[in-house]
Design a protein around this ligand. Structure first.
Ligand code: RP5
Length: 168
């Protein structure tokens, strides 16, 4: 059985994983130091029987890895991505830039945070128009998992109409 958590997956490793069917929910964190804060999300998804994976991929330290993951997740069958990060928390936004999947950002408080996680909250919530990220509360990973479950429960059927989308 594959480990639930892998550290710093390389782009080549990610390409190899393309052959394997992905889980419904992909969870990313920006650092090993973020892992504990995601435990409530893992517990919630486990309890609900929703398949998931957890990877450490930093938007700043491994941007190529994040791009590879985000741009291939949908092909692997992933339907929602939860991304948790602290400080200048670019991870959820970068994932949303590379994927059409719904992205739920979890602002995390770290020992280096400013304002108890306000830095990450603003970084995740203040996305530019056209690149949406849903944002839960600081350290709110359980809510991220519940929201992911609700998104999954909606099924498909809504036709995409890119021409109606505005980036202004
Ligand atoms: C962010 O910087 C991470 O998401 C983490 O919350 C914070 C600190 O990272 P480490 O220095 O502990 O790796 O990118």
């Amino acid at each position: 059985m594959p480990a639930e958590h892998e550290t710093q997956t390389s782009p080549i490793g990610l390409l190899e994983e393309l052959d394997e069917p992905g889980p419904l929910v992909g969870i990313l964190v920006g650092s090993e130091s973020d892992l504990e804060a995601m435990d409530p999300a893992l517990a919630e998804l486990r309890e609900r029987g929703i398949s998931h994976e957890l990877k450490v991929l930093s938007a700043h330290r491994n941007p190529r890895g994040v791009a590879e993951y985000a741009s291939t997740a949908q092909l692997r069958g992933v339907r929602v991505i939860i991304a948790g990060a602290g400080m200048a928390a670019a991870l959820p936004g970068v994932v949303a830039a590379y994927s059409d999947l719904p992205v739920i950002g979890v602002p995390l408080r770290s020992s280096k945070s400013v304002g108890g996680g306000l830095d990450a909250l603003l970084a995740i919530a203040q996305m530019p128009p056209g690149v949406p990220v849903a944002c839960v509360s600081v350290d709110g990973s359980r809510n991220a998992a519940i929201l992911a479950a609700r998104i999954l429960a909606q099924g498909g059927g809504y036709p995409q109409q890119p021409s109606l989308e505005s980036n202004e």
